[in-house]
Design a protein around this ligand. Structure first.
Ligand SMILES: Cc1cc2nc3c(=O)[nH]c(=O)nc-3n(C[C@H](O)[C@H](O)[C@H](O)COP(=O)(O)OP(=O)(O)OC[C@H]3O[C@@H](n4cnc5c(N)ncnc54)[C@H](O)[C@@H]3O)c2cc1C
Length: 383
């Protein structure tokens, strides 16, 4: 396997790094105030960093998940919170492009790539997280429309988006299981949509997270994405082919950023009359961090490369391996990075404190690490 970047990818990676270095300076403030970085989102859209998987006719770049991942990684190295807000600005756009009707695509996708708005995808519910088969939100057909009732939890962009995709049960006879689940686009100014921004997150605080209540929200049939009852396939395809791999790139970026800060600090900080980088235990930490990051990066590129060349269904194995391992590496690396910074690392003046808080989410969303391990094992056992 050859994961050497091609010339276009190298240029893109450099452009993303330069954009982040120039535009993410206020990351600490957005984190402290839990403020959504609209101005940076607009600039990122202008530079073509949002919706990059989409076709050019919708304002995208027609990239594969490798290019999207490289952008995410470079952004996360500089500021994970802002990076999260940018990479989830188009959360679910892939589903609309792949399965939605032409009208939906034309109406909604250009608004996201232009930075006019951001979008979200609401799957989780207050009582439904890992067990996606127990979705309770219902969409009931009535007079040529669907009426949606339910509650969604932890909706990224739920309080700032103009529209979101909602995962609902459309078959009234199915109470549990993967059958009878469908996806709809709803506008956040539709009657019956209510969002409540969730404040006090541990990390990625520039990213918006909300709980959403849907009370008798009426949507036209045309706002169903793809076919009725196929929602589960669309969601799993999105998670496997795109979002778990993007999360892995995000985690690698956080780890790389924390590692580079630690390397610089270890060379500068002196104790016992010499730089701490000369102590063997610090060297061991640096060696372990670097090795883990490289392993996570290779696994992530392997999954991205497989995703790019797979037309149909992608097996869970490689995306889940990448997502689980990269998430764990990010958490391990930020821990050692903070240790290398000593007491200063514990203070918010040093970015490492923020990286430490931001890393944990990579082990939780898009399927927890326990769920990834279950999927890895199930995949192996079925082969
Ligand atoms: C900041 C943030 C943003 C998010 N954004 C979105 C979003 O935009 N859209 C969306 O739909 N969701 C979103 N989520 C939700 C996220 O995907 C869920 O939190 C995650 O899938 C876990 O679900 P849960 O929190 O209900 O935990 P639970 O499913 O209740 O799990 C609790 C614990 O039990 C473990 N567990 C559960 N089942 C098993 C099992 N079978 N075997 C072993 N262990 C198990 C889990 O691994 C975990 O450790 C977001 C969450 C956060 C925190």
């Amino acid at each position: 396997m050859d994961f050497e970047l091609n010339e276009e990818q190298k240029i893109l990676k450099k452009a993303a790094a330069e954009f982040g270095a120039g535009e993410f300076e206020e990351g600490k403030e957005y984190d402290r105030k839990e403020k959504f970085p609209w101005d940076v989102i607009k600039k990122a859209a202008k530079q073509g960093f949002i919706g990059v998987l989409l076709d050019e006719k919708f304002g995208g770049a027609g990239y594969t998940v490798t290019e999207k991942g490289l952008i995410i990684k470079e952004f996360a190295k500089i500021d994970p919170g802002i990076a999260q807000a940018i990479w989830s600005a188009d959360f679910g756009a892939y589903i609309v492009q792949k399965h939605g009707g032409e009208d939906l695509k034309k109406k909604y996708l250009p608004k996201v790539t232009s930075g006019e708005t951001v979008m979200g995808t609401a799957i989780s519910e207050p009582d439904v997280g890992s067990d996606l088969a127990s979705i309770r939100t219902r969409a009931v057909k009535k007079d040529g429309k669907y009426v949606i009732d339910g509650n969604k939890m932890f909706v990224t962009n739920g309080d700032v988006a103009d529209f979101i995709i909602v995962y609902c049960r459309t078959d009234p006879d199915v109470k549990r299981g993967h059958k009878g689940l469908s996806l709809f686009i709803i506008n956040t100014d539709d009657e019956g949509y209510q969002s409540n921004k969730l404040e006090g997150k541990l990390g990625i605080r520039a990213s918006d997270t909300a709980e959403v209540s849907l009370s008798g929200v009426e949507v036209d049939e045309g706002k169903m994405i793809g076919e009725e009852g196929k929602g589960v396939y669309y969601v799993l395809d999105f998670l496997t082919k795109v979002n778990r791999i993007c999360t892995a790139f995000f985690a690698v970026g956080i780890a790389e950023g924390a590692f580079e800060k630690s390397l610089d600090y270890a060379k500068e900080r002196e104790q016992f009359g010499k730089p701490i980088s000369e102590f063997q235990m610090i060297k061991a930490k640096l060696a372990e961090m670097k090795t883990k990051i490289d392993a996570a990066k290779l696994l992530t590129h392997r999954a991205a490369e497989e995703s790019a060349r797979t037309e149909g269904r992608l097996a869970n194995l490689n995306p889940s391996i990448a997502k689980w391992y990269a998430g764990e590496v990010a958490v391990d690396v930020v821990d050692e990075a903070l240790e290398i910074h000593g007491g200063y690392g514990y203070m918010e003046d040093y970015d490492i404190e923020r990286f430490y808080r931001d890393a944990k989410i990579a082990e939780i969303y898009e399927g927890t690490k326990e769920i990834q391990k279950l999927m890895i094992a199930d995949d192996i056992l079925q082969r």
